[in-house]
Design a protein around this ligand. Structure first.
Ligand SMILES: *Cc1c(COP(=O)(O)O)cnc(C)c1O
Length: 332
């Protein structure tokens, strides 16, 4: 099967910012974009993106999940990177237009259509290392994806890293390319040295997140995750799972969590640890690696509460349960 995100629909929605204004968005071929080799993004990483999904329901209708939240975050990322402000209504229309165009290609559950809005600084100028690009391009790519757990749901091995950090602290809440490149060196070293699947970045003992997913600890009726601040990415899945947990009568504790409390709690029977993100919703952590020692989380296998939370969210996305929070936007 093709790797996640390696297949693209042949057209995308695209708009450019020039002379202080956004042009009309167009549907164009998605196999290439015209760009000068001196473009700001290629040298100074003026880029941000989003990841959201469209789902097919049993009656054939197609729905995008929480697009208002992703558009808000896209707009915030653009602003914090000094890219031109996006027009949120235009972005929404671009997403609707391109999903409508490829509505018949949206895979049925557990598959979906992954939507990738992207915004880049295009001004051809290498003299602007310390100044923003005056022109930019935004496009919305589509990539049909299958079942994330098609190879079976195995629990992850996670290295707890108290020394490094994922990215510069003031960049944490921006969904920007450079942050992922910044985390790659440590992640590859952790794979090589201790066969970890991912790193959970915990600078000075403060449990934050992994390279591309938020972290939540489930201890009985309580779900614990770091409260929002500018140091990490504010996941839409994180927020949705916390809302669902409250709906199910669980206690949601958004607060700081230290590595020592994490390891203490993780040793208790029945405790679960999960990563959250759009691609997989929730992935279970089976083992923490810390100072060359390994710590099993609960049974070391995916747990029942994570499974229940994931199913509850999938049921809403897939149209098998009432969308009580109005999270879905119907496209066709
Ligand atoms: C995208 C992302 C997440 C998850 O966000 P969702 O909106 O839930 O997909 C978490 N952390 C990082 C660093 C991310 O890039």
């Amino acid at each position: 099967m093709a790797a996640f995100g390696s297949i693209f629909m042949p057209r995308m929605a695209l708009a450019t910012f020039d002379n202080n204004q956004w042009g009309e968005s167009k549907i164009v071929p998605s196999d290439s974009i015209p760009m000068h080799p001196g473009a700001h993004v290629l040298h100074y990483s003026s880029t941000c993106f989003e990841g959201l999904k469209a789902f097919r329901h049993a009656d054939g209708s197609v729905h995008v999940f929480r697009m208002d939240q992703n558009i808000k975050r896209f707009s915030q990322s653009s602003r914090l990177l000094a890219l031109p402000d996006v027009n949120e209504e235009q972005v929404a229309q671009m997403i609707k237009d391109i999903v409508a165009e490829f509505a018949s290609d949206v895979p049925a559950p557990p598959g979906s259509m992954y939507i990738r809005p992207t915004h880049i600084g295009t001004e051809a100028i290498i003299g602007k290392a310390a100044a923003p690009s005056l022109t930019s391009m935004m496009y919305v790519l589509l990539s049909p994806v299958g079942d994330y757990f098609s190879g079976g749901a195995h629990a992850l091995r996670i290295l707890l890293d108290e020394n490094g950090q994922r990215c510069a602290p003031h960049m944490g809440m921006i969904k920007s390319g450079g942050n992922y490149a910044s985390a790659l060196g440590p992640i590859m070293k952790a794979k090589e040295d201790v066969q970890a699947d991912q790193i959970l970045f915990c600078p000075n003992g403060d449990v934050q997140e992994t390279g591309a997913a938020n972290f939540l600890l489930i201890d009985g009726d309580e779900i614990i995750t770091k409260a929002l601040d500018s140091s990490f990415l504010h996941g839409v899945t994180r927020s949705s799972i916390l809302t669902i947990a409250k709906d199910l009568g669980m206690t949601v504790s958004e607060r700081d969590l230290t590595v020592s409390e994490l390891l203490e709690r993780a040793a208790k029977p029945g405790v679960e640890a999960v990563l959250s993100g759009t691609a997989a919703v929730l992935t279970s952590v089976g083992t923490f690696i810390h100072n060359d020692k390994e710590f099993k989380v609960g049974s070391g296998e995916p747990g029942p509460i994570a499974e229940k939370l994931r199913k509850t969210l999938n049921d809403i996305q897939w149209g098998n349960a009432q969308d009580t929070h109005n999270w879905l936007t119907k496209i066709v």
